[in-house]
Design a protein around this ligand. Structure first.
Ligand code: UFG
Length: 336
């Protein structure tokens, strides 16, 4: 039986932020399913070496005229996947102007360019950070959205913007609220390359590789079985496949949806460190550090709506596979 979810029959898809961590994996699966991904990216955080599966347009999402010129080259592309945004939560607190400009102004410019180009569908990368503080786990899509961080607030503003564009202009959309993206493509060629890196798994792996100091674990006295925070880690290749499932759902006539993209399984920070030790065969000592502001003790998805609405369920998110693929990626020589 084929592993392919659908056949994209040579169609063009605009992937805004296609040079980034998640975007490059989305481009790869579009290509594997017979489509052509067109990357729009300004390379501010993405990498030229991660654009391998289709044309590249160097455009900033905030520049309407440049977007128009890029869209004009691909008139057949009707579905836009929007992943470009500022994502580092701490930087958002220090520089909200930059976050609102890049994320919210950028999304507005993109949606307006889509209208001019007569693109009809958008897949938007949102986040579990739009829900805010709650004890209600697993998280359902109906949970009130009260984001704590500037990052979550900008993503929620865009969710609302897209809903208004649907009502007024008929834009079809699926908003994917990702949980913790992690892992790397099985080839080891693309993976997580943030600068600065703040995420648990890449930091812990580079610690185990001896490329940085001891790992600090932020909070070891939470009300969880081992005292450390619990998150829902979803493999980036699964997140990418959720976009293929979304395209297939659009093709079946889906017009709007907001869905969680997670596994439904909570994993603690210490379980992550132990799995890295097991896979790598290297010790990974850590220091107990104070809690990080804004961290919830537990955060994991109710994944049922994604299965029902777009037919998505994860295939690559076994914790060992997540750590193995991330380890393979980070063990390779540094990229340019
Ligand atoms: N952590 C450490 N030490 C580190 C880094 C992280 O203990 O050096 C802990 C964090 O405190 C947290 C867990 O590891 O308990 C996971 O932290 P990450 O920074 O890897 O991920 P987050 O859960 O904070 O962030 C993710 C996404 C964000 C999104 C957020 C929503 O990466 O984009 O979920 O809560 F906003």
């Amino acid at each position: 039986m084929s592993n392919k979810r659908t056949n994209l029959n040579g169609r063009d898809f605009i992937v805004v932020g296609g040079a980034g961590y998640i975007g490059s994996h989305v481009c790869k699966v579009i290509s594997e399913h017979g489509g052509r991904p067109i990357t729009f990216d300004n390379l501010s955080t993405g990498h030229a070496h991660a654009v391998k599966w289709g044309p590249f347009e160097n455009v900033d999402v905030r520049h309407g005229a440049n977007l128009d010129a890029a869209f004009a080259k691909y008139p057949e592309a009707k579905i836009v996947i929007h992943l470009a945004s500022s994502i580092e939560v701490g930087i958002g607190e220090k520089h909200p102007a930059e976050f609102y400009d890049n994320n919210v102004t950028g999304a507005l410019a993109l949606l307006n360019a889509m209208r001019r180009a007569e693109a009809t569908h958008v897949v938007f990368s949102s986040t579990c950070a739009t829900y805010g503080e709650t004890e209600n786990m697993p998280l359902l899509e109906t949970e009130p959205q009260n984001p704590v961080s500037t990052y979550g607030k900008t993503k929620l503003a865009i969710e609302h913007m897209i809903q208004s564009f649907h009502t007024a202009y008929g834009l079809n959309y699926v908003t994917l609220r990702y949980f913790n993206a992690c892992g790397a493509d099985a080839s080891g060629d693309i993976g997580e390359e943030h600068d600065p890196e703040t995420h648990l798994i890449p930091l812990a792996i580079t610690s185990a590789l001896g490329q940085r100091g001891k790992m600090k674990i932020f909070g070891t006295n939470y009300d969880t079985p081992d005292g450390t925070c619990i998150r829902d880690y979803i493999h980036v290749s699964d997140i990418a496949l959720a976009h293929i499932d979304t395209i297939a759902a659009f093709d079946r006539g889906l017009d709007t949806a907001e869905v969680n993209i997670g596994t439904g399984i909570g994993v603690s920070n210490l379980e992550i460190l132990k799995t890295i030790e097991k896979i790598s065969g290297r010790p990974l000592p850590y220091i107990s550090a104070p809690r990080r502001a804004g961290d919830l003790s537990k955060l994991y998805a109710d994944p049922r709506k994604a299965k029902i609405t777009i037919g998505f369920s994860p295939k690559h998110s076994d914790l060992r596979n997540i750590i193995q693929t991330a380890w393979n990626f980070h063990s390779k020589a540094p990229r340019n």
